[in-house]
Each structure stands twice: as C-alpha cells, then as structure tokens.
Design a protein around this ligand. Structure first.
Ligand SMILES: *[C@@H]1O[C@H](CO)[C@@H](O)[C@H](O)[C@H]1NC(C)=O
Ligand SMILES: *[C@@H]1O[C@H](CO)[C@@H](O)[C@H](O)[C@H]1NC(C)=O
Ligand SMILES: [Zn+2]
Length: 195
C-alpha cells in the first residue's frame, strides 16, 4: 500500500509539473519567481525469503517485507512538515525557503484539485527541500463509493473542506487558477459518473 501511494503520488506530481510547463510554454508573461524542483523519494518493495525452512512455494517462504526508500539526509537537508494531512493550510515556517516551498506545495494542491475536477489531491506533504516522502492521497468520497482506495487519509470531511480551506497565494494567481468554490467539488460527481 505504501509503495503504491508513493507510485501514484509521483505520477500526480509529474502531472502537476506538466501543467506548470505547459502553462509556461504558452504564456508570454515573465515568471517572477523560481519553480522549485521537488519530487517524491524513489522507493521499492524488498521481500526476504526464508531459504532454510521455507516450503518450495515462494509465497509461503516470505519472511519479511520492506519498503525501501531513497534516503533523506535529515542532518544535512533538514526535514519539514510543509502541509499537514487533512488541511490545506501550509504550516508556519520560520525558514524563508521552506515557507516558499510550502506555498508552492499549496499551489500544487490547487492544481491537482482543479485539473482533476475535484477528484484528488496530495496531502501530508513532508520531507527536505528536494525530496518528499510519506504523502497521503486524498480522494473524493464520490470515488469508489468512499472506499479507502489509498489507505489512511480519505476522511470525507477533510476532502470536502478543501475548497474552503485553500487560500490562493501569489503562485496560484500567477498561473491563473480559478478560485476554488465549493461548487468545484460537485463537478467531481459528473466527471466520475461519466467515466
Ligand atoms: C548526512 O549529511 C552529513 C552532513 O553533510 C554527513 O556528515 C553524513 O555523512 C550524511 N549521512 C549520510 C547517511 O549520508
Ligand atoms: C491524518 O493522519 C492520521 C494518522 O495517520 C490519521 O489518523 C488521520 O485520520 C488523518 N487525517 C486526515 C484528515 O486524513
Ligand atoms: Zn489556489
């Protein structure tokens, strides 16, 4: 489950950067700030098989399963909680660069929510200034009839309050994202039932 969450989070983040680069290519405005380069850690699942006592079928000989993640060197790069799970408000940061990154990440949430028509966004955003880890994928309660598709984190009240909680910052405005109205959430209903 954790590996799948990282896999999907990586894909949703790539999608977000595609939106950004596409917008930049088609815009004649000069970008007045830098776009941070941030991504999720690379990860894989490692399975340890018991060689001495295990029966011949592979499945039964599994003795341990690990999630292996690219290392974030906390003492060198620091470790920040940028945006809490279930909240659209970036946490208070004393470091300027971390505060700017948390604003960028709040903007990425807006992109995700807007471009998926209120179906999904990434939350619980934490890590260093280059690498994020252990996200939550927030999906609309309308998807899969409210089933926990990505494990923890599908708290319907948290998802539904996103449009109200999210405060557009200068990055949202530069990319001309429409203000999130509560009506966006109801868009998801038609998108999901049509697909
Ligand atoms: C983490 O960074 C510190 C400071 O640069 C360095 O001394 C240490 O060896 C690094 N640790 C790892 C595991 O790379
Ligand atoms: C936030 O994470 C905690 C711990 O995993 C969980 O108990 C809680 O339900 C989460 N809240 C939301 C809104 O996702
Ligand atoms: Zn916004």
């Amino acid at each position: 489950m954790e590996a799948n969450v990282l896999f999907w989070a990586t894909s949703i983040m790539n999608f977000t950067y595609s939106f950004i680069y596409h917008f930049l290519q088609n815009s004649s405005k000069r970008l007045p700030f830098e776009i941070p380069e941030i991504r999720f850690v690379r990860a894989g699942v490692a399975i340890v098989h018991d060689q001495t006592t295990g029966p011949t079928t592979l499945k039964c000989s599994i003795s341990r399963t690990y999630l292996i993640e690219e290392r974030i060197n906390e003492s060198k790069d620091g470790f920040f909680k940028f945006i809490n799970n279930g909240s659209a408000v970036p946490l208070d940061m004393t470091r300027k660069d971390a505060r700017e990154l948390s604003e960028f990440l709040a903007f990425t949430q807006h992109v995700q929510f807007y471009k998926t028509k209120g179906a999904v966004y990434l939350s619980d955003l934490q890590g260093s200034m280059q690498l994020l880890t252990d996200p939550q994928i927030m999906t609309s309660p309308l998807i899969g009839e409210g089933a926990e598709i990505f494990g923890d984190g599908n708290v319907p009240s948290a998802f539904n309050s996103f449009p109200e909680q999210h405060c557009c910052n200068h990055i949202c405005r530069w990319f001309e994202l429409p203000e999130l109205a509560a009506s966006v959430a109801s868009d998801a209903r038609s998108v999901i039932s049509n697909s």
